[in-house]
Write a protein that binds this ligand. Sequence first.
Ligand SMILES: Nc1nc2c(ncn2[C@@H]2O[C@H](COP(=O)(O)OP(=O)(O)O)[C@@H](O)[C@H]2O)c(=O)[nH]1
Ligand SMILES: [Mg+2]
Length: 350
Amino acid sequence: MKLALVGTPQSGKTTVFNAVSGHQVAVGDYSQAVHRALIKVPDPRLDRLAELVKPRKVAYATIEFLDAPGLSGKGKEVGPLEISPELRQADAFVMVIDAFSGMTDPESSLQSLIDEMILLDQLLIESNLEKRRRTVKLTGDKAEAKTVELLERCLGMLEREKPLLDCELSDDEDKLLRGFQFLSQKPLLIVLNIPEDRLHDAAAIAEQYRRFIEPGKHELAVMCGKIEAELAGLDEPERRAFLDDLGIDLAATAKVIKRAFDLLGLITFFTVSDAEAHAWPIPRGATAHKAAGAVHSDMEKGFIRAEVVTFDDFSQLETHAAIKAAGKQRLEGKDYVVCDGDVILIRFNV
Ligand SMILES: Nc1nc2c(ncn2[C@@H]2O[C@H](COP(=O)(O)OP(=O)(O)O)[C@@H](O)[C@H]2O)c(=O)[nH]1
Ligand SMILES: [Mg+2]
């Protein structure tokens, strides 16, 4: 799963990238460089499992994070369609809003970024429709006619200045539309980048943006990118001291990653053995069979059954023997829908 940063130049995208990834890329230089990182998703449940099982290795779930030049932030005055193709391939966007410099009004920059995505999508559809309409006229192709009908409906939304995220779509339509990699169809994590002297107001600031947030489509996080980027470079005791100094209890970075993970519609299941405790991200609603495939293709091919314990039972009972004695281990087949926090042993045969 891939997240991409978007926002106006100098809004703090690369600063947030550094904060989240622990990298130390140069900021403030108007650079057009592309940065990428694989981000560990912090998970106290995995820490607890590792404490119980004492494996040789602990592997966190990861998500890909991309910092690439993109939107102009100029709203309706966008120029050519030169947005990086890599941005289009992202599963969701992390939109960084400058709320620290006082140079721009954060609410209007948020609105103009959304307007810009709407306009870019509109241009993409317009450039596409003419040819497709002609094909339908010439060949009468049914599938193509469906696509045209869907694109026309989308165009109508965009012309009313609504993002495609608001479109009511069937699963098939959703899939079809995703192929076009429209910008305004992607879920958004809005990151308000505030100055350090307003950190104590973070909750009140977040409240002002509630109306932009629709559950499942958007998430909001308030952070001071500059501070978080400094924090990322420190080891644990130094970090603790720094946070105490500022009078805040938890770095916002972990929250940003968690919200991004939720926004992508992912849940986590765990596998544990002497060798490794591993957190695996899978789409909500995935079956045990798919989960097996996430671990190894052989497990999917040779799937026999899944032995499942909930994290809470595992954490409480602590050992396999105690879990079995308490009857808390379930045997599940291919079609079992995996729940967030399941600890799974996959039996397979190749
Ligand atoms: N005071 C303050 N400055 C920030 C913050 N975040 C970013 N900056 C500064 O804003 C400038 C632009 O940041 P950068 O991450 O390069 O923005 P980008 O162009 O969106 O990638 C840099 O000089 C940063 O140090 C913040 O939270 N507070
Ligand atoms: Mg940058």
